[in-house]
Design a protein around this ligand. Sequence first.
Ligand SMILES: NC(=O)c1ccc[n+]([C@@H]2O[C@H](COP(=O)([O-])OP(=O)(O)OC[C@H]3O[C@@H](n4cnc5c(N)ncnc54)[C@H](O)[C@@H]3O)[C@@H](O)[C@H]2O)c1
Length: 261
Amino acid sequence: MGRLSGRTAAITGAASGIGRAAARLFASEGASMIIADRAPEVNDTADAIRDAGGKAVALIGDAGDEAFVKSLVDRAVSEFGSLDVFWANAGISGGFTPLHEQTTDYWTEVLRVNLIGPFLAVKHASAVMIPKGKGSIICTASVAGIRSGAGGPAYSASKAGVISLVKTACNELYGTGVRINAIAPGLIETGMTKPIFDGARARGNEDRIGQLNPTTRYGVPEEIANAALFLASDDASYVNGQTIAVDGGLSSSHPVVRRKK
Ligand SMILES: NC(=O)c1ccc[n+]([C@@H]2O[C@H](COP(=O)([O-])OP(=O)(O)OC[C@H]3O[C@@H](n4cnc5c(N)ncnc54)[C@H](O)[C@@H]3O)[C@@H](O)[C@H]2O)c1
């Protein structure tokens, strides 16, 4: 028996990085998967799950679009009979546009995908979970939502919004049996952070990546997926309204000058 046997789980942003790793992990733990992304490579994730003996339906669309998010929830119910877990994971960094060149359209798009997307997941996933008295919703925040230094202003504000959303939504869902939590990843090697890793490697500085955190390395998508599996499963039955930083300890400290031991 896997930790998600008999459950149905939806994950957005599953064509790449953290979402792809989690889709494969959740399926290997017995979940029937509804996976979504705006990139067609989400079909490759579904193929990999099916090749490994799991169940997956891939849908291509925009995780910040209400009709699409509702269609994911509806498809989970029509295809597999329930929706037990929804991870609103899709996100965009917004790139490195300097603040004085940022437009309201730019801010609107970052907030739409990174914050309104999770709101839509909470709205529509909880609607089918509440009648069953059970469910787990997970949202991807970031250490950028905790303090400055890990993303631009719009990205960081969107992730701070996610941290707030899980607190308020948790209380809106008072007494329903539906839990909602967030994960705040630190620096993880994925499609989103490829420019950082490519740049460091090109400069011969790969060994310096991740040295700001006390674990002294960067993370890999599977380490975020493991935390999400915990939150999705009954192992986290008393964890609600929280943001769990999975960042090698990065967010535990103000910046300090390190001394070699
Ligand atoms: N990689 C990191 O260091 C890091 C750190 C903190 C938080 N995060 C967060 O983790 C989440 C996953 O990102 P990742 O690092 O795996 O990056 P990634 O780029 O590898 O994966 C993100 C996926 O989301 C998809 N996506 C983006 N906008 C979408 C939309 N509107 N609709 C549907 N799909 C969309 C992309 O196509 C991509 O497949 C994001 O929310 C990101 O902000 C990442």
